[in-house]
Write a protein that binds this ligand. Structure first.
Ligand SMILES: Cc1cc2nc3c(=O)[nH]c(=O)nc-3n(C[C@H](O)[C@H](O)[C@H](O)COP(=O)(O)OP(=O)(O)OC[C@H]3O[C@@H](n4cnc5c(N)ncnc54)[C@H](O)[C@@H]3O)c2cc1C
Length: 309
């Protein structure tokens, strides 16, 4: 029988999703599905039929090296069929480290997982979503599951088993932590997103987008220039090919032109609303609803109307 299918995310928001992926793959393999939690117990958040708590002396959650070492110790002792890790910056690093140290296949990030002739197969968007790449690896292997690809499994805590691991001193140390505007997982799992683009003339004007987001109960995202070039927003808010892939029920793009690289990250949104003063902006080609107008007039009017109920 194939070893257990392990799932892990350091983010409580994504743990249920990756657990669901693990359960599905485990079913295909006729293997056991096991959710890993490192160091901390939060049974209410876990959904797998079995939970293994990996206990270490070092801050396993904080340092990718330590998290990878914790998982390595566990799989060396018990073996595994596949290890699925939810897509965050931290999770992607952990996945690469575990795969490299075990010298097993690493499928990278993808949306759909299946088992084909004893191999794990993952599908992912490439070239901004124009093509789908199918990548396969012999088992055991490691894969990164894109946020939003699976519906989180029901939140019913399973029986927990604690496993103590010995993790060596990490080579890196955390010298400072800074609170971001919102967690990386926050934007990825948000049901509503209001996103700001280069149509905003000044950083201070982003309050217009924030007001609309508050009225809608939405998270605030942005196009890449606002985070990477201008530094007006944190990197965790940047959506698109090189940022977060999002899949909200509602995505409101304000002053965003809709270049391929941005659209790649939003095309799984259920409803896209675009506000742009250029009627020919490419964003209108993917939008379900479009408002052609100046954001400085349209957005405050929308917010006012929403607040008035
Ligand atoms: C390798 C690579 C990766 C990239 N990855 C990403 C990525 O992940 N995410 C991403 O977003 N970009 C990415 N980019 C950049 C991308 O190509 C675009 O440059 C970027 O998305 C443009 O951002 P924008 O739409 O905010 O700005 P612009 O393209 O400058 O568009 C601004 C829009 O605002 C409108 N506007 C201006 N003033 C107003 C107003 N007052 N009212 C209403 N509308 C107004 C304009 O009509 C225009 O359509 C990447 C680029 C490269 C080369």
């Amino acid at each position: 029988m194939t070893g257990a299918v392990l799932s892990y995310s350091e983010s409580p928001d994504l743990a249920g999703e990756v657990a669901a992926a693990g359960q599905e793959v485990a079913k295909m393999l006729g293997a056991e599905a096991v959710s890993l939690e490192l160091d901390e117990v939060s049974p209410g958040l876990l959904t797998a039929n079995k939970v293994v708590l990996v206990k270490g002396e070092l801050p396993l959650e904080a340092i990718a090296d330590s998290a990878a070492a914790g998982i390595l110790e566990l799989v060396k002792a018990r073996g595994f069929g596949a290890l699925l890790i939810a897509e965050t910056r931290f999770g992607t690093i952990v996945a690469a480290k575990v795969a490299a140290r075990l010298r097993v296949g690493s499928l990278g990030k993808g949306k759909k997982l299946r088992v084909d002739e004893g191999r794990l197969v993952i599908e992912r968007d490439v070239y901004g979503g124009r093509f789908t790449a199918t990548v396969a690896s012999r088992l055991p292997c490691v894969a990164v599951v894109q946020a939003g690809a699976y519906e989180a499994a029901d939140a019913s805590p399973g029986p927990a088993e604690s496993v103590a691991v010995t993790v060596g001193e990490p080579k890196v140390a955390i010298t400072q932590t800074k609170q971001g505007q919102q967690g990386e997982a926050g934007i990825k799992s948000a049901l509503k997103i209001v996103s700001a683009g280069r149509g905003f003339a000044r950083k201070e004007d982003l309050v217009i987008a924030q007001d609309l987001a508050s009225a809608l109960g939405a998270s605030l995202g942005c196009s890449r220039p606002l985070s990477s070039d201008l530094g007006w927003m944190g990197e965790e808010a940047h959506i698109g090919l090189t940022g977060a892939y999002v899949h909200p029920q509602l995505y409101v793009a304000i002053g965003i032109s809709g270049q391929l690289q941005h659209v790649a990250g939003i095309k799984d949104s259920k409803v896209i609303v675009a506000i742009n003063k250029d009627a020919h902006a490419p964003i209108f080609q993917v939008a379900d609803y479009g408002i052609v107008g100046d954001l400085y007039e349209v957005v405050p009017a929308l917010t006012k109307a929403l607040k008035q109920g």
